[in-house]
Design a protein around this ligand. Structure first.
Ligand SMILES: [Fe+2]
Length: 138
């Protein structure tokens, strides 16, 4: 299996909450222990420097409700596959899987009380432009 296929497989497993260790150590400004080019952030867009606006998940917080929006088109060949909300300890607090038929990549989640006020991560996975992460506090 080539490196890209393995990366995509690992990314999908991480999105599904099956392999959380890499995400739990990811931060917006650095990727402790991970090579660049695995997960993209606003500060580290890597090879996708011109793709930040359409791929970085935009997070809105209203009390215990968190909204995630990726300003990206949705077509059969190119779309946002999934959003997740992941806690600092790797626990997946919410997720939504999209299909190309969805009008937009928008999801909403409720943050459990024990995770309020803590550092959380929103992920957005594009089928062509990989995994993007935004850090936030709810
Ligand atoms: Fe994309």
């Amino acid at each position: 299996m080539n490196d890209r296929r393995q990366f995509l497989k690992n990314s999908l497993l991480a999105s599904a909450g099956l392999a959380l260790a890499p995400l739990s150590s990811a931060t917006a400004g650095s990727m402790d222990g991970l090579p660049q080019g695995l997960i993209y952030t606003q500060a580290n867009p890597g090879m996708w420097g011109k793709k930040v606006g359409g791929h970085l998940p935009r997070v809105s917080v209203d009390g215990d409700k968190v909204g995630v929006f990726t300003k990206h088109g949705m077509s059969e060949k190119h779309f946002i596959v999934r959003h997740t909300i992941v806690a600092h300890n790797g626990k997946v607090l919410g997720s939504k899987t999209f299909s190309p038929e969805d009008e937009e990549a928008r999801s909403s989640h409720t943050i459990p009380a024990e995770y309020r006020g803590q550092k959380l991560y929103a992920t957005s996975f594009c089928n062509k432009h990989d995994m993007w992460v935004a850090e936030f506090t709810a």
